[in-house]
Write a protein that binds this ligand. Structure first.
Ligand SMILES: NC(=O)c1ccc[n+]([C@@H]2O[C@H](COP(=O)([O-])OP(=O)(O)OC[C@H]3O[C@@H](n4cnc5c(N)ncnc54)[C@H](OP(=O)(O)O)[C@@H]3O)[C@@H](O)[C@H]2O)c1
Length: 258
């Protein structure tokens, strides 16, 4: 890594993206912080500059807007971007037909369309220098279909498959891609998804970030937490009808826990 290297982090204003921003500055990257909330990005940037003496740039942007990729490209032009945390996303939960139509489409736009556009933008640039890393945020919800979380889980399955395929395509070009699959994690995500926040055994953003750095460059994807890795492995041998029944019970309990 060089002193002039930049990391671009989407969803840097809170949760896992914010944690990545601090950790990357600590590792020596300059950080370009992307999210909609300008005030929160300013706070994170000021704090990072003070703690780690790295350069920061804030890029307030709604990644569901049609022309965001051009704006992101313009605002990062001239930076040597060698790390991208393709992370901004949100979830919806509940019975499929009761979720607001627009919210579902907005989620697909952010979790799938924006993630793909960001991957295309920065991976193209990384191939010019032959080095770089990209972490794409998937989820443990990506490894099996999830009743009551149906569209969200499908968007994350998209992210997981995209990242794993890109891991293969990009490794010959000197670029690492990783899908990160956290379980339910203590961030704003839960409240935003309409899930009660008093869940037992939530992972932390720190745990997710440290797991990602341990796996980056070594494998196409990683699940956060040994128990979750074991569950995902055993699901491979579970008949689909049984798997859907068990998953639906777990998800229903999760969305109704109070
Ligand atoms: N927490 C969990 O349980 C969990 C588990 C598995 C996977 N994940 C995934 O982890 C990622 C990060 O989530 P988190 O847990 O850190 O949740 P979070 O604390 O709610 O963070 C979400 C981030 O995305 C940004 N964002 C949302 N909509 C945006 C938009 N339209 N344009 C630009 N930025 C936008 C938010 O910033 P602004 O509101 O300022 O725009 C925020 O910085 C998501 O992809 C999520 O699916 C989370």
């Amino acid at each position: 890594m060089k002193k002039t290297d930049w990391a671009v982090i989407t969803g840097a204003s809170s949760g896992i993206g914010k944690e990545f921003s601090y950790e990357l500055a600590k590792k020596g990257y300059n950080v370009a912080l992307v999210a909609r909330s300008q005030d929160k990005l300013e706070d994170v940037a000021a704090d990072i500059e003070k703690q780690y003496e790295r350069e920061t740039r804030i890029i307030p942007l709604d990644l569901t807007h049609e022309h965001f990729a051009q704006e992101l490209s313009d605002k990062t032009a001239g930076l040597t971007v060698t790390m991208v945390i393709n992370n901004a996303g949100f979830g919806t939960s509940g019975p499929f037909l009761e979720i607001d139509d627009n919210r579902e489409i907005e989620m697909i736009q952010l979790n799938c369309v924006a993630v793909t556009k960001i991957a295309r933008l920065f991976l193209k640039r990384m191939t010019e220098t032959g080095r770089g890393d990209m972490i794409i945020m998937a989820s443990t919800a990506a490894v099996q279909p999830c009743p009551w979380f149906a569209t969200y889980a499908a968007t994350k399955a998209f992210d997981l498959h995209l990242a794993e395929a890109l891991w293969y395509e990009m490794k010959a070009k000197g670029i690492n891609v990783l899908a990160l699959n956290p379980p339910a994690t203590a961030t704003n995500f839960l409240a935003e998804a309409g899930i009660p926040t008093q869940q037992k055994g939530l992972a932390t953003a720190e745990q997710a970030v440290h797991t990602a750095f341990r796996a980056l460059g070594k494998k196409p994807s990683i699940i956060v937490g040994g128990k979750n890795r074991f569950m995902a492995f055993s699901e491979r041998f579970t008949p689909k009808k049984l798997l859907l029944t068990v998953t639906s019970h777990i998800m229903k309990k999760m969305i109704s826990t109070s």
